[in-house]
Design a protein around this ligand. Structure first.
Ligand SMILES: Nc1nc2c(ncn2[C@@H]2O[C@H](COP(=O)(O)OP(=O)(O)OP(=O)(O)O)[C@@H](O)[C@H]2O)c(=O)[nH]1
Ligand SMILES: [Ca+2]
Length: 557
């Protein structure tokens, strides 16, 4: 039992005194009670001060647990960011960027490695050769997931994993990742298209790279053409130079065809793209002919023959002689079994010039709705193709299959097509047994389609050698995604992007973070309870005889 003049608990009122004689006692009692009253006030005042001081001294437990938990959380955040890499650069100053190209036949990931020019100038230096670019492709394209959009997110997960293997972990925080889809998704209904993009955004958000929702989009065909033009002229060294010396690009994709070149003709605004590179402005004609990619055109022509809508007898001249139409009907009409009698109406003609006229018919569809001085393809304005062109994708694959030189004139393609279309399908399959059968089946059509597009529609001369069939310039693949990257990297990752990255990283490691915060709260609660429990319950008694307080601890039951 401790005696002290400094009581801790609020005072129990001292027991009332026994009464003495009345009057004097009353006077003295009043004076006494007045003095006692002030004495009691003093005591209360002291006690309040003491208590308030007592409150100010949190329990040691509380303080210790607060400190421990804060240290734990900051250590965690430090290691998380360290493992994801602080925004910065590798020792050699190289940086990375990732672009996913969502095409109609497949999705590719391009991991680009680059560095900023020496001497601090802001121009990025790209090396699109083996060192600077690594790519991977998955099939089918995103448009194949219209029925199951979530599967699209899972599909690109493989591409993201490829990116994680190629980018050093400490650089993830500085590496932007974008998904740019093209004609395949352009042809999908808005709702499934948005669901596919949303499924991809969910996966990209937690990739560990810098990502913003608006970086997963369907780009316009015109952008696709401009980007291809940029990478072509970057690789040729003409980007930033005289517009007259630049080279046009014409890409025959799966679902769409792009035409982009610098034109001195006055251009309707809907076809005009002005881009500035360095201090040079380029007035480009750029258009993407949707549904006029090679596969889309081949399928629409085949279906029109099968439905007999365009031709008296459905003789498809674009299919090699003897090609089994039973397979074709099953393929295109989903017809389970074809009766022998139906066969008489369909046979494959294998005739290059008829196929060329059928292809021209396809390219001229909608011409009657042309609102411009002249429309070369459908109702689309296209100025005269001036200067040199690079013809990529299916232009290149077709010329390569027939062993034609890069600058082979269109007359050579006519000769190759006439021979191939007239061959019997069984001989062709034997001769080209290692070639993918779907590709093999389309070569008759593609020779005729290329000639009807470039010569019959876009007026390129049959012996003109301005057109180069290629998919690369030197080490640089002519992939529009690289052109998109060149234009974007002039901007570089902004600080805002880094904060987006921090959120992403925490979000990705959020489970651990929640565990830690939970741990912190539990610590606080436990220490608060302990401190309450440990605090001695004291009882203070005022000893009237001795004029002092006696403080005693109450033992817990
Ligand atoms: N013959 C042949 N064709 C190929 C080969 N590789 C790709 N292709 C075709 O070339 C075209 C590729 O162009 P891309 O632009 O990559 O096609 P995509 O991006 O999937 O389709 P788009 O959305 O229209 O651009 C597709 O039609 C493919 O079918 C090949 O090795 N041989
Ligand atoms: Ca493409």
């Amino acid at each position: 039992m401790r005696r002290s003049n400094t009581p801790r608990q609020p005072l129990p009122a001292p027991p009332a005194e026994s009464s003495g004689d009345s009057s004097d006692r009353r006077v003295s009692r009043r004076s006494r009670s007045r003095s006692r009253g002030s004495e009691m006030d003093m005591v209360h005042l002291r006690l309040r001060t003491l208590h308030s001081r007592a409150k100010q001294k949190p329990s040691v437990f509380l303080f210790a647990s607060l400190l421990t938990s804060l240290c734990l959380i900051s250590l965690y955040i430090f290691f998380v960011f360290r493992s994801h890499g602080k925004p910065g650069r590798t020792p050699s100053g190289e940086r990375f960027s990732i672009i996913l190209d969502g095409g109609s036949t497949g999705t590719r990931v391009h991991v680009l490695r680059y560095r900023h020019g020496d001497g601090g100038e802001d121009k990025a230096v790209f090396d699109f050769g083996k060192e600077g670019l690594e790519s991977m492709r998955i099939n089918p394209g995103l448009s194949a997931y219209s029925e199951d959009p979530e599967a699209a997110g899972r599909a690109i997960g493989k591409l993201i994993e490829f990116g994680r293997q190629k980018v050093p972990r400490e650089m993830w925080g500085q590496t932007e990742i974008r998904l740019m889809a093209t004609a395949g998704l352009r042809m999908v209904e808005v709702r499934p298209r948005e669901m596919i993009l949303e499924a991809c955004r969910k996966v990209l958000k937690v990739s560990g790279f810098v990502f913003r929702d608006e970086w997963a989009t369907v780009i316009t065909g015109s952008d696709e053409g401009v980007y291809a033009w940029v990478v072509a002229n970057y690789a040729l060294g003409t980007l930033g130079g005289d517009p007259e010396h630049t080279t046009g690009i014409i890409e025959l994709g799966g679902a769409s065809t792009q035409v982009t070149f610098s034109s001195s003709e006055p251009l309707p605004s809907e076809y005009l793209r002005i881009i500035k590179f360095g201090n040079v402005k380029y007035h480009l004609y750029s258009h993407s002919f949707l549904h006029f990619g090679q596969i889309a055109a081949f399928e629409s022509m085949r279906d029109s023959f099968l439905s007999g809508e365009d031709h008296i007898a459905a003789i498809n001249p674009c299919l090699p002689k003897g090609y089994s139409l039973i397979e074709q009907l099953k393929l295109s009409l989903g017809v389970a079994d074809v009766k022998r009698s139906d066969m008489s109406a369909f046979h494959s003609g294998g005739n290059f010039s008829e196929c060329r006229s059928a292809a021209l018919k396809l390219l001229q569809r909608g011409k009657d709705m042309c609102i411009y001085e002249h429309c070369k393809i459908g109702s689309i304005f296209t100025p005269k193709l001036n200067g040199r062109f690079l013809a990529t994708e299916n232009f290149f694959y077709t010329s390569k299959f027939f062993g034609l030189g890069h600058t082979a004139p269109l007359s050579d393609i006519i000769l190759a097509g006439e021979r191939f279309c007239g061959e019997d399908w069984s001989i062709l399959r034997k001769r080209h047994h290692s070639v993918n059968e779907e590709d093999l089946l389309r070569y008759c059509f593609s020779t005729a389609y290329i000639v009807s597009m470039l010569h019959d529609s876009l007026e390129v001369g049959l012996n003109d050698q301005r057109i180069q069939f290629t998919n690369r310039v030197g080490d640089t693949p002519l992939d529009w995604a690289l052109g998109a990257f060149i234009l974007q990297s002039k901007g570089g990752a902004s600080d805002a992007d880094k904060s987006v990255w921090i959120v992403n990283v925490l979000w990705e490691d959020s489970f651990t973070l929640f565990l830690l915060v939970g741990f912190f709260i539990i610590c606080m609660l436990v220490s608060w309870t302990i401190s309450k429990w440990k605090k001695p319950q004291l009882k203070t008694i005022y000893d009237l005889q001795k004029g002092g307080y006696i403080i005693t601890r109450i033992n817990r039951r």
